[in-house]
Design a protein around this ligand. Structure first.
Ligand SMILES: Cc1cc2nc3c(=O)[nH]c(=O)nc-3n(C[C@H](O)[C@H](O)[C@H](O)COP(=O)(O)OP(=O)(O)OC[C@H]3O[C@@H](n4cnc5c(N)ncnc54)[C@H](O)[C@@H]3O)c2cc1C
Length: 469
């Protein structure tokens, strides 16, 4: 799609943004036009780099008047291509990095959209608090991006997704007006909730400029373990037991298939096999508590019983922080470790937790029939029913031939997900990649209601026009 922007619009944007507030330099633009998986390459006539909410409002206002389209971008770690412009003006939040406030008595942090997730973690810790959204991309992804994709990650089991962690937002709406909704309230039952519309809107309903976020106490007792299990059904049974044993203290419950562990050992420097023997599936469990020793004791009870009755074949509890990091390293490198293995059909699906094993059996049988020799690597946040289900080309196979069958193969996987009552995007969003797929699974009634909301807020469809409905 080519979208041309009139020269007078560009000169007005330059005037409001001032020196350092914009760029048309190809070298400066290049890293913002290629996404992490090298799958999307974009173009833009203009990079806007506002530093304040007022500057964002001026940019959006000028574009709204002229009908010029905008793609917002934070850390450019999104995995569905929504942040990569295809001719639109690119609005980056990279200069909006102020932590506006940390309020321990309210358990709230107020951060601007361009703050990285890691910077918010650090600022919270400096005040003896914790912000519990954990993603492997935390050093780069931003608050604006995590709000706009309703990011999930590894602690959703306990704390929920970004949707559960946001108390208020400040945003520039598609007409250029600023909405200050930076509330700090735990209870606010006053009708429609505008912030929840903006969360997960992937930049289509405005530019998020700041967020007030919930903080939690730092937990002093933490236990991390890896367990080898025979199959995903055993993992699900272990999850149920972990919840019984530790109550609400299970922070993470992640599944990895052996193939993905092999890829990590082969393709990522410094990785170690988590257990002495090879197992078909691995679970990474983390329990955390505010009571000294409580997490460690719960983990020991859980694993001792599971080993005794054969639910778990082998297990190791991290004895040091370095060992816990090594366990997490294998999990967090599941996706990067696939890169050298060639073309992949990626899926980020969720089903009810009780149906994860059913999904894996059915999808893998279907993929082996559809693409003989393909290599399935499945891993993910099984505690949330969220599996990253990746289908790699056969070993030594042809990348182009595998990529050419992606749409057909993904359709089969997504149809199984739909039959099991699941979602074709658990946490990454739809972006440019999955919007059309999602239209297949949503009812006409829902699609029309969603389109009506967008038409009302953005009648000229200037905000991220290629994304969502
Ligand atoms: C190694 C790795 C691991 C990951 N792990 C996870 C994971 O466990 N869970 C998970 O949920 N995601 C994960 N992701 C995906 C990604 O990190 C998240 O989607 C993240 O929320 C994107 O944030 P960002 O700042 O990079 O946004 P971008 O990629 O820049 O943008 C993402 C979307 O948000 C929009 N957007 C960005 N900023 C704004 C704003 N201020 N206002 C309005 N719209 C905006 C963009 O237009 C785009 O549609 C992972 C990615 C990588 C590379």
């Amino acid at each position: 799609m080519t979208i041309s922007v009139p020269a007078d619009v560009l000169s007005r944007l330059k005037a409001v943004l001032g020196e350092g507030g914009w760029s048309q330099d190809p070298e400066r633009l290049a890293p913002k036009l290629l996404e992490w998986r090298d799958r999307w390459y974009g173009t833009t006539p203009f990079l806007a780099l506002p530093r304040t909410t007022a500057e964002v409002a001026a940019v959006v206002g000028i574009c709204a008047e002229a009908g010029a389209a905008i793609t917002p971008q934070g850390g450019n770690t999104g995995l569905v291509g929504g942040q990569i412009p295809q001719g639109e003006i690119l609005l980056s939040t990279e200069r909006m990095r102020t932590i506006r406030d940390v309020a321990p008595f309210d358990d709230v942090i107020v951060a601007e959209a361009g703050c990285t997730l890691a910077a918010v973690h650090e600022a919270a810790l400096e005040h003896g608090r914790r912000f519990p959204l954990n993603l492997a991309s935390e050093g780069t992804c931003t608050i604006g991006g995590t709000v706009s994709t309703n990011a999930g990650g590894t602690a959703v089991l306990r704390y929920g997704t970004m949707r559960d962690l946001v108390l208020g937002l400040e945003a520039v709406l598609p007409n250029g007006e600023v909405w200050n909704g930076l509330k700090r309230l735990r209870k606010d039952n006053t009708g429609y909730d505008l912030k929840q519309l903006l969360i997960g809107a992937e930049g289509t309903l405005g530019v998020v400029t700041a967020a007030s976020l919930k903080l939690f106490p730092v937990l002093i007792s933490r236990a991390t373990a890896v367990a080898g299990v025979d199959d995903p059904q055993a993992a699900i049974r272990l999850l149920a037991r972990a919840k019984e044993e530790a109550g609400g203290a299970v922070e993470a419950f992640e599944l990895m298939g052996r193939r993905g562990v092999d890829f990590a050992l082969k393709n990522i420097a410094g990785m170690r096999d988590p257990l002495a023997e090879i197992h078909p599936w691995y679970v990474l469990v983390e329990i955390a508590s505010g009571e000294p020793g409580a997490a460690e004791a719960a983990m020991e009870r859980l694993l001792a019983r599971a080993l005794e009755d054969g639910l778990v074949r082998d297990a190791a509890i991290a004895q040091t922080e370095a060992q816990a990091k090594a366990f997490w390293g294998v999990r967090e490198n599941q996706s990067p470790a696939q890169k050298p293995e060639g073309a992949t059909w990626k899926h980020d699906i969720s089903v009810p937790v009780s149906r994860v094993a059913d999904f894996l059996d059915r999808a893998t049988a279907a993929m082996e029939a559809f693409a003989p020799g393909c290599r399935v690597a499945a891993f993910g946040h099984v505690g949330d029913g969220n599996i990253h289900y990746d289908v790699l080309r056969p070993d030594g196979g042809d990348d182009a031939a595998h990529s050419a069958r992606r749409d057909e193969g993904s359709r089969i996987v997504h149809d199984i997900v739909a039959e099991l009552g699941g979602s074709i995007s658990a946490e990454h969003g739809l972006g440019a990649m999955k919007t059309h797929d999602a239209e297949r699974y949503k009812s006409a009634v829902e699609l029309e209601a969603l389109r009506a909301i967008r038409r009302t807020l953005d009648p000229k469809r200037i905000m991220n026009p290629r994304v969502l409905f």
